[in-house]
Ligand binder design. Sequence first.
Ligand code: NAD
Length: 312
Amino acid sequence: GPRTVLITGCSSGIGLRLAVQLAQDPGQRFQVIATMRDLQKREKLEQAAGAALGRTLSIRHLDVCSEASVAQCLGGIPERRVDVLVNNAGVGLIGPIESISIAEMKRVFETNFFGAVRMVQAVLPGMKLRRSGHIVVMSSVMGLQGIVFNDVYAASKFAMEGFCESLAVQLLQFHVFVSLVEPGPVNTDFELKLMEDVSRSEFPGTDPATLRYFQEVYLPASREIFSAMGQSPEDVAKAVVQVIGAARPPFHTLTNPLYTPLTALKSVDPSGELSVRTYHSLLFDYGALFRLSVRALSCLTCRCCRRRVAPA
Ligand code: NAD
């Protein structure tokens, strides 16, 4: 029969697109429980789901930050059976850390880290008993590589990466798979919400030089990178559908190939010098990002290199 997939954060963006693609799967492999914190925002999903609504897709309330909400949602699922959990709900945070309160930072971790962990705790006993299951986590390129002025967001995604790496080893024993998906920039409300936050903030406690660096260097570069390299949520959802459908799901999936060479810099130079300096210079010359990626990509795909790395 179809596998039950529970997704968090489905009122917008990647979560919404993923819910719709899984529910409209031509092979009807999935029964989707699309959850969201605020059911008043369900209309966009209902419209996108079309005829799948009420058949292969149902909408439920779930706030990943609330113990009671998670318990209630799981309690409403027959036998509490979730075959695939997709931890997609997440929030961003940008700006100089001098201007961000510890309470704001904790809110990011409450959602991106503890929210996802709470969901894993809720579905894990059943998966272990059944000796089957799949936990998918929407991480980010920033879970592999820190990006300037995204300090706390990157830390929350790194935390998830470490959590999953540890858990994946244990769960091999139970035939439960863990997958991290790492998109680069994606054109969703995510970026809009960040820009709204930034436009409201007065950046208390931030010195003028740092503020200039943030507003005059980082923000324009970030905007440029989103419009030039951003993927659509549909494309990211498509990659996740593949991960979920795989017989042997991959542990990592970078959805944007342009970022693969950048994340490889760390392993090329274990001192970390190369990646820190490259990211610094990219900020002032983001055209270099393309040149670097195009060069590395053509290198990865050219036959002479492949011959060189192929086993004899
Ligand atoms: P989005 O803002 O459209 O979606 C995030 C969703 O999470 C929203 O629907 C929001 O309501 C929901 N959410 C927030 N707090 C919640 C809570 N406590 N309980 C339940 N739901 C909650 O943005 P998106 O781009 O679709 O983001 C989805 C995921 O992808 C996030 O984890 C994000 O970190 C990750 N991601 C986004 C980008 C990007 O550039 N947009 C890049 C890499 C990774």
